[in-house]
Ligand binder design. Sequence first.
Ligand SMILES: *Cc1c(COP(=O)(O)O)cnc(C)c1O
Length: 388
Amino acid sequence: MKSENFETIAIRTQTERSLHKEHSSPIYLTSSYKFDDAEEMRALFANEKEGNVYSRYSNPNTSEFIDKMCLLEGAEDGFATATGMAAIFTTFGAFLKNGDHIVSSRSVFGSTHQLLTNVFSKWGITFDYADLDKPQDWEGLIKPNTKMIFVETPSNPGIDIIDLEFLGDLAKKHNLLLVVDNCFATPYLQQPIKFGAHISIHSATKYIDGQGRVLGGIILGTKELIAEVVGFARHSGPALSPFSAWILSKSLETLAIRMDRHCGNALKVAEYLEKHPKIKLVKYPFLPSHPQYKIAKKQMKQGGGIVTIVVEGGVEGASKFMDSLKMFSISANLADTRSIATHPATSTHSKLTEEQRNEVGIEQGSIRLSIGLEHINDILADIDQALA
Ligand SMILES: *Cc1c(COP(=O)(O)O)cnc(C)c1O
C-alpha cells in the first residue's frame, strides 16, 4: 500500500525482509558482499546491474535510511554520510572547483564557516556572505564565477529566515546550484526541494536521531546531481556506518510525533518568555513578532524546537541564568529529548569577533534554548525559577 502521508512513509518504508522474516529491519554489519559468479561481479562493477558491492558505496541499512529520506523530502536520490559536516564537505567537494565562488548566508554552522574560510579558500574557492534579513542584497553578490548559493534557514542561533522560493528563482535565473542546510527544520517542517533547491543537506545527528546517540548526515537531490555526489564520495569515503544508519532509520519512525511535541513546547516557551520583563528579545519563527513570520508560515509547517532569547546583563546575566537552571542541561548540542541551554558567544560562536557575532544577531546576553520533550510544566517551571 503506497501512502502519501509522512508518518506512514517514515514507518513503513523498509528494506526487503531476509529469510528470517524479521519484523524490524536487522543491522547488516558487513563491509563487503559476495557475488554469485564472475559475471555478476563484472556487471555490478560496470553499473549494468544494481546491488551492493562494498559498504563504502552502499549497504542495506544506509539504503533504507536514504530511501525514507528521499520520500519524506521529495528528492529522487541521496547519499548518507558519517556526520552532517561530511555531508557539507562532500557537497562542496563534488560540485566546486578551483576558481569557483559561493554566495552563502552569513549565519552558518560554525564548522561550515571554518570550511569556507580556512579549507576551501586554500583550494582557490572564494565566497561572499549575505544576510537572511536582506534578500535585496543577494543578487548583487553573484559574480560570473559564482557556482552555488548555500543557505541555512532558520539560522543558528539567530533564528532568521529567508524565502526559499525567492532563492529558488534567483538560482534558476543565474543557473546556480541552490544548496540548503535543512537541519533545523527536518523534512517534517520544511522541504526545500519543493521551493526550487537542488540539494538539501541534514545533520541527522540533530532531530533525525533526536536522542543524542549517533552522528550522521545526508545529501538529497535529483538522480543526476546525486550521481556526481556519489562519484566523489565513493572515493573520498565519508560513508555512514550501518549501525548508525539503522538507528537513524528507526528514529525517523517517530520524527513526526517528536517534532510535534518539540514545536508545541517551544511555542509555549516563546510565548511565555515574550511576556517576561527580564527578557530583552525572543526569536521564534512562529511568533507574530518575528520579522519574517509570514515567510516562516509559508514555508514551514511549524516553528521548530529552538528558541533564542536575549537576557539583561550581557555575559554575566546569561551565565547567572544558565547556572540557575536546574533541569536544563548546559551543552553545545541541540535537538535532543532533553532541554538544553547554550551561550553562543562563549561556546559555539566564540571564534567569531564581537563584530562578526553582532552581524549574525548574537549578543553577549543571547542564549539558545533547545526545547526538549520533558513535560511543558517542568520546562516552564525551570525557566521561571532561574529567571527569579
Ligand atoms: C550540527 C550541525 C551541522 C553539523 O553536523 P554534525 O553532524 O555535527 O557534523 C551542520 N549544520 C547545522 C545547521 C547543524 O546544526
